[in-house]
Design a protein around this ligand. Structure first.
Ligand SMILES: [Zn+2]
Ligand SMILES: [Zn+2]
Length: 388
C-alpha cells in the first residue's frame, strides 16, 4: 500500500537522560532531544496484517496536524522540533476517518461498511491513570502516527475500543462529507477536552479569548460559540488565519504584534474582562503570561498549546481575582462522542477551516505548503472516495 513514512537519525543529545526502555524501543519521551534530520518519504509500505481483535480501516481522510509539521521540521540544530513521544521510522497521521473493510474474529461492535473516526491515544485501560478515568494520561500509552503506524496510508488496523461511528453525521451530510468531518473529530476533541472536561465550569455567556487560530484554536472558537459564548476574541499573527476565524463567527480577530494584550482584551470585552482564556498557540510565555488586568473575577485559563517555554505566571493576580489554571492534553475518554453529535446536529462545521483536500500523492507538497502556516487545515485522501 501507499504510505507516508517519517524517518530520522538516532542521535541523543549529550546530557539527555535516556531510560533503558527509551533506548531499547527507540521511543524517546522527547523527540527533540534524540531524533535528527527528520525526513518524509512517500512510497510503498507492506500491507498491514490484522490481529483477531482489530478491524481494517480504509483511510478516507486524514488531516495534517501541527504535530505532524513539528515532526517533519527541524530546528537550527537539525533536531526534530516536536517535543513528545516519537518512534521512527513510522507512518505518521493521527487525525483520520475511514471505512471498515474487514473485521477480525474477536471484534465486537464494528461491521464491514461502518464509517468511523478513531482516537489517536491508545490508552491501555489498566494502568492507574486509566483506572482513575484519566485515559489521556495513560502510563502505558501508544500514539497512532507517533509511536505506532498512522493513517497517512491506504489502510490501518484499528481496535474497536478506540472507534466512534460517524453514521449520524453521514445521515445529515452524506458519507463523503462525513468522512472529511470525521477526520476533524480528533483535533476538535482536543479543544473539547480542555474547554469542558478539565475544569467543568463552563458558563454560557462567558467572554472568551483564544490564542492561536490554527486548527485547535479554531475548533475551540467553534465549540465556545456553539456553547453560547459572549464575546469571542481570537489572537493570531497570521492575517489569513484571522480571516478564517472571523468567517467562523469570532467577535474580533487580532494580531498580537505590537499591542498591549490586556488593553485590547478589555476594549473588546466592553471593560468587563475575559472569563475563559484558551491557549492554543504553544507560546504560553507570550500569551497567558502577559494577561493580568484583563482577567475577570473567577476567570479560567485552559492551556492546550504544546510548547517548550515555561511561563512565569502572574499568580498574585490569579489569587486576587480567583483565577483557575488547567493544563489540558488529549481527546480520549468521551469528547469524540460529543463532538460527533455537535457536528451531526449542525452546531459546528469544521470544514470551514479546510483549505484543501488532496490525494496522498500530493502529501509532500502539502507539508511544504503548510510551512508558511497560512492554511489552517489540509486534508489528505489516501483512497479515492469512489473506491471506498
Ligand atoms: Zn494532532
Ligand atoms: Zn493506561
Amino acid at each position: 500500500m501507499k504510505a507516508l513514512t517519517l524517518s530520522a537519525e538516532w542521535a541523543p543529545k549529550p546530557g539527555y537522560d535516556l531510560t533503558d526502555r527509551e533506548r531499547d524501543l527507540r521511543r524517546p519521551r522527547n523527540a527533540n532531544m534524540t531524533w535528527k534530520r527528520p525526513k518524509l518519504t512517500l512510497g510503498d509500505a507492506p500491507d498491514p496484517s490484522l490481529k483477531p481483535d482489530q478491524a481494517l480501516l480504509a483511510v478516507a481522510a486524514v488531516g495534517i496536524c501541527g504535530s505532524d509539521m513539528h515532526m517533519y521540521e527541524a530546528g537550527e540544530d537539525g533536531y526534530m522540533v516536536y517535543p513528545g513521544l516519537v518512534h521512527t521510522p513510522n507512518i505518521i497521521g493521527h487525525e483520520y476517518a475511514g471505512r471498515i473493510v474487514e473485521v477480525g474474529k474477536d471484534v465486537k461492535g464494528l461491521n464491514v461498511g461502518d464509517l468511523v473516526a478513531v482516537e489517536e491515544i491508545q490508552w491501555c485501560g489498566e494502568c492507574i491513570a486509566c483506572r482513575k478515568g484519566f485515559v489521556n494520561h495513560c502510563l502505558d500509552i501508544e500514539e497512532t502516527g507517533f509511536t505506532i503506524p498512522g493513517a497517512m496510508a491506504q489502510y490501518l488496523p484499528v481496535r474497536a475500543k478506540y472507534c466512534w461511528k460517524l453514521d449520524e453525521i453521514a445521515e445529515r451530510y452524506g458519507e463523503e462529507e462525513a468522512l472529511v468531518m470525521g477526520a476533524m473529530v480528533e483535533p476538535t476533541g482536543v479543544s473539547y477536552q480542555g474547554l469542558f472536561n478539565r475544569l467543568q465550569n463552563w458558563r454560557p455567556g462567558n467572554n472568551v479569548v483564544v490564542f492561536g487560530a490554527g486548527p485547535i484554536g479554531l475548533a475551540a472558537e467553534a465549540l465556545v460559540i456553539a456553547a453560547g459564548a459572549g464575546q469571542v476574541i481570537m489572537i493570531d499573527p497570521s492575517e489569513s488565519r484571522c480571516r478564517i476565524a472571523m468567517n467562523m463567527g469570532a467577535s474580533a480577530a487580532l494580531s498580537p504584534i505590537g499591542i498591549d494584550l490586556d488593553e485590547a482584551i478589555m476594549q473588546h470585552t466592553f471593560g468587563r474582562g475575559v472569563d475563559y482564556v484558551v491557549e492554543c498557540a504553544g507560546f504560553a510565555d507570550q500569551t497567558i503570561e502577559k494577561l493580568d488586568r484583563c482577567l475577570a473575577v473567577n476567570a479560567s485559563i485552559i492551556d492546550i498549546g504544546m510548547g517548550e517555554a515555561n511561563p512565569t505566571l502572574p499568580i498574585v493576580a490569579y489569587k486576587r481575582m480567583g483565577v483557575q489554571y488547567a493544563g489540558a492534553l488529549g481527546h480520549a475518554g468521551g469528547p469524540f462522542q460529543h463532538v460527533i453529535r455537535m457536528m451531526a446536529a449542525g452546531r459546528i462545521d469544521m470544514r470551514k477551516m479546510v483549505s484543501a483536500r488532496l490525494p496522498l500523492d500530493d502529501a509532500l507538497a502539502a507539508f511544504k505548503r503548510l510551512e508558511s502556516r497560512e492554511d489552517a487545515k489540509i486534508i489528505l485522501q489516501p483512497n479515492p472516495n469512489s473506491e471506498l
